[in-house]
Design a protein around this ligand. Structure first.
Ligand code: ADP
Ligand code: MG
Length: 611
């Protein structure tokens, strides 16, 4: 009697009840399937897992009424067909540890089960040398497996979406918008697998057909347009256990959003904050704020260094060594950009051994041979002259020093006798722009932007070589939470290597005694907190200071650079042009504005509608 009363009182007072299995499955399905495009993604991934080389996707009414994905993969056996739509039924792993060695997209056995709780699912499949079989399933009802006809591979048809869950239908957007999401899903899969032929049709109209044999560059041009031509930089770098391959756009080509950034990690498309931040940091001193480069990159690393089981739709991953990857991405991008500018730039021709107007070792008393202006000149070894050049001879080859470039221009002009360069073939207009003739056309240069880049690169290399510390007259005190204090204790050595002298000060405070010279005017407590946040997210990264360093140097370079509208002495222009040609050839200023535009024959011809 007493026990019964106890149970009854529990029933009366308990607010917790176990949900019925149908509700549980529908809730779980909501995590995997939120719109037609997420179904497409799962079905295409299954086809790729089945080694398909050709995948055809058709949708109707934005995928809301019907989705069909057909592949020529290995197919599903008659026995497996009945198990495929069951929850947690998979052929891809046997135990949880397999997740860290598997190379397949799927491993949870959830996709088909989730889809059939949102719509009817019809599967027809045929393995090589076996008959084809089919089955239909909806919610918990699975039909009998019956013979069918189908070429080798699998076709999966998904019926009207969310008919059984009207509340979820309300969250779908218009057919056009859903179709656009479906197109994106197919495009992203195609770009991350250029060797697989992917065809996408919406309402019987073909929207994408990649053919499958295309290399990534051709595919990029075909889907994003020929305007990418000449602006794509190949990336093919291996840094220890990490390889990064694909294409980025040159800094001169940027976009208003991130839709052209597709990153795969071990072939899996991911949307990962570490990678996004590392990409942003890589382009921070190359492109304008709020603009984004194209980046279609495949990152490959050991499967056990990546946890793929961290996102319901498997759209994100975690890394065992995030700090290392965080550092690798800017390095790989930097190396790729450097290689791409090394060969292609027409500027190299100006200073090539046969046509070099660069300073020679000739003593100042013997002027260099300067030919009269000639329109047919192709070599600048005897450059023609537009403007009245100083007739003094160039000094011995010098790399202009940081002080030389940051000193006021009046001083720079005074030193022109010592720093006199062989005259270039240029003309200055509006006291702002300089036309520099090259063997293949002409550069139009923005004098402020180009000087800013030159100064910035010099300041950056000087800052990287700097070893001294700036002693603060009054120490900066940083207040930390107990958790951040622990974090600091772990990373004290990194702060030391970044040239901060920091001492614990009270239980949760730090006293900053010394800092790198570059940051002597910065708000050091904010800076330390920012670095700690960064180290928390990307442990042991060596690059945490780099974005802050870039920002500080950008400001310094901008302030010190010559201004638009500023009158320059020909010797100063020559010095500027010399540095422009010798400097690492980033074609944007540190704020991302173009600093020079090359007008080659083709560009000039098209400007004058010659072709
Ligand atoms: P998972 O991909 O995680 O294994 P799914 O629910 O997506 O789970 O698929 C269940 C199983 O059905 C897969 O493990 C696979 O064996 C089989 N399967 C699904 N789609 C295909 C396909 N297109 N070709 C061959 N086998 C497939
Ligand atoms: Mg799957």
């Amino acid at each position: 009697m007493g026990v019964c009363f106890a149970i009854l009182s529990t029933v009366m007072t308990s607010r917790i009840k176990q949900l019925d299995p149908v509700t549980v499955t529908k809730i779980a399905a909501g995590e995997v399937v939120d719109r037609p495009a997420s179904i497409l993604k799962e079905l295409i991934e299954n086809a790729i897992d089945a080694q398909a080389t050709s995948i055809v996707v058709t949708i109707e009414n934005g995928g809301k009424d019907r989705i069909v994905v057909s592949d020529n993969g290995t197919g599903i056996s008659k026995d497996d067909l009945v198990r495929a739509p069951l929850r947690h039924a998979t052929s891809k792993i046997n135990s949880v540890t397999d997740i860290y060695t598997t190379c397949t997209f799927g491993f949870r056995g959830e996709a088909l089960a989730s889809i059939c709780h949102c719509a009817t699912l019809h599967i027809v499949s045929k393995q090589a040398d076996k008959p084809a079989y089919q089955l239909t399933t909806f919610e918990d009802t699975i039909s009998a497996v019956t013979p069918s006809s189908h070429p080798q591979g699998t076709s999966i048809t998904v019926g009207p979406l969310f008919e059984n869950i009207p509340v979820r239908q309300r969250f779908l957007k218009s057919a056009t918008t859903e179709a656009a999401y479906c197109y994106d899903a197919c495009l992203h899969m195609a770009l991350s697998h250029p060797n697989i032929a992917i065809r996408f049709c919406s309402n019987q109209t073909e929207k994408l057909n990649t053919g499958g044999t295309q290399d990534l560059y051709t595919l990029l041009l075909s889907v994003y347009g020929n305007s990418l031509k000449g602006h794509c930089v190949p990336v093919n770098e291996s840094l220890g256990p990490i390889s990064i391959k694909g294409y980025i756009s040159a800094p001169t080509l940027t976009f208003s959003n991130r839709t052209k950034q597709l990153i795969t990690v071990n072939q899996r498309l991911v949307s990962n904050t570490l990678i996004t931040k590392a990409l942003n940091d890589s382009f921070r001193d190359l492109i304008p704020h709020r603009r984004f480069p194209l980046a279609v990159l495949a990152i490959t690393l050991a499967t056990d260094a990546v946890d793929v089981n961290v996102h319901p739709q498997k759209k994100d991953v975690k890394f065992t060594n995030p700090g290392f990857l965080f550092d690798c991405i800017p390095k790989a991008i930097g190396m790729a950009l450097k290689k791409s500018t090394a060969h292609t730039d027409p500027l190299t021709a100006i200073l090539s051994p046969t046509s070099s107007p660069a300073p020679s070792a000739t003593p100042p008393s013997s002027p260099p041979p300067v030919a009269a202006s000639s329109p047919s000149t192709t070599s600048l070894s005897t450059p023609p002259s537009f403007s009245s050049k100083p007739s003094c001879a160039p000094s011995a080859p010098t790399t202009p020093t940081l002080t030389g470039l940051t000193m006021p221009l009046s001083r720079l002009a005074q030193t022109k006798a010592e720093k006199c360069y062989a005259p270039f073939d240029y003309i200055q207009v509006l006291n702002t722009y300089i036309f520099l003739k090259t063997p293949t056309g002409a550069y139009l240069i923005d004098q402020h932007a180009v000087h800013e880049r030159i100064l910035y690169e010099k300041l950056k290399s000087a800052a990287n070589q700097e070893t001294s510390r700036h002693l603060l007259l009054i120490s900066d005190i940083v207040n930390l939470t107990p958790a951040t204090m622990d974090l600091y204790t772990d990373y004290a050595a990194i702060f030391e290597s970044l040239r901060f002298t920091i001492e614990p000060f009270g239980s949760n405070q730090l006293a900053i005694r010394e800092c790198p010279l570059l940051f002597k005017d910065a708000c050091l407590s904010d800076l330390i907190l920012e670095l700690l946040e960064c180290l928390k997210a990307y442990p042991h990264s060596q690059q945490t200071l780099s974005p802050l360093q870039k920002e500080t140097l950008q400001r310094q370079a901008c302030r010190a650079a010559i201004k638009a509208g500023q009158t320059l002495h020909p010797a100063e222009i020559n010095a500027l042009l010399h540095d422009f040609i010798q400097a690492p050839q980033n074609m944007t200023c540190p704020h991302g504005r173009p600093l020079a535009i090359h007008f080659d024959e083709q560009k000039l011809a098209s400007l004058f509608l010659r072709k």
